[in-house]
Design a protein around this ligand. Structure first.
Ligand code: 4IP
Length: 148
C-alpha cells in the first residue's frame, strides 16, 4: 500500500514484557491508510530491513506531541506519542516540522476511529510514573482532555 509519510525516526521501546529494557532504536517508519509500521534500517547502505512492528490505525486511541521533560536530550527534542489498544509508542522526530507533520497526518487518519480517548497524558511515562500527574499505574486514566 502506498505510503502517506515515511522517515527515519527514533522510537522508545514499548516495554510490553515485564522485564524488557528501556532503549531507543532508529527505525524507518511508514504510515499508510491502514497502519503505522517500523522497520530496521541500515544507515550505511541506506537499505530497509525487517519489519519490527506495526500498529493498525483502527487500534490507535490518541496521537499527540509529548511535552518537554527531563527525557528530552539534544537528539530527542521532538517527541510524539501513539497511544494504542496495547500500549504507548513514543517516537522522536528530528525537527519540529517532522513532528508536526507526523502528528497531523496520524490525527487525520484516525479521526473516525470509534475508540478515541477522551483524555491522555501530556508527559512521558518514566520509571513507574506519569510525569504529568504522578499517577503510578501505567494504565491510569489520562489527566488532560484530548481534543482531536
Ligand atoms: C527491544 O529491546 C527493542 O527496543 C524493541 O524495539 C522493543 O519492541 C522491545 O520491547 C525491546 O525489548 P532489545 O532490542 O534490547 O531486545 P524494536 O521492535 O524496534 O526492535 P517494541 O515493542 O518497542 O517494538 P517490547 O517489550 O515491547 O518487545
Amino acid at each position: 500500500q502506498e505510503g502517506l509519510l515515511s522517515e527515519i525516526l527514533v522510537k522508545r521501546s514499548q516495554q510490553r514484557r515485564r522485564i524488557s529494557p528501556l532503549n531507543y532504536k532508529e527505525r524507518f517508519f511508514i504510515l499508510t491508510k491502514s497502519a503505522l509500521s517500523y522497520y530496521e534500517c541500515n544507515m550505511a547502505t541506506q537499505k530497509v530491513g525487517n519489519r519490527k512492528g506495526s500498529i493498525a490505525l483502527t487500534k490507535i486511541k490518541c496521537v499527540e506531541k509529548v511535552l518537554p521533560t527531563a527525557e528530552i536530550t539534544p537528539d530527542k527534542k521532538f517527541p510524539f506519542q501513539v497511544v494504542h489498544d496495547s500500549g504507548c509508542l513514543y517516537v522522536f522526530s528530528p525537527s519540529e516540522d517532522s513532528q508536526t507533520r507526523w502528528v497531523k497526518m496520524l490525527q487525520k487518519e484516525i479521526s473516525n476511529n470509534t475508540i478515541l480517548a477522551l483524555k491522555y497524558h501530556p508527559c512521558f511515562w518514566i520509571e513507574g510514573e506519569w510525569l504529568c500527574c504522578q499517577q503510578t499505574a501505567r494504565n491510569a486514566i489520562g489527566c488532560k482532555e484530548y481534543q482531536l
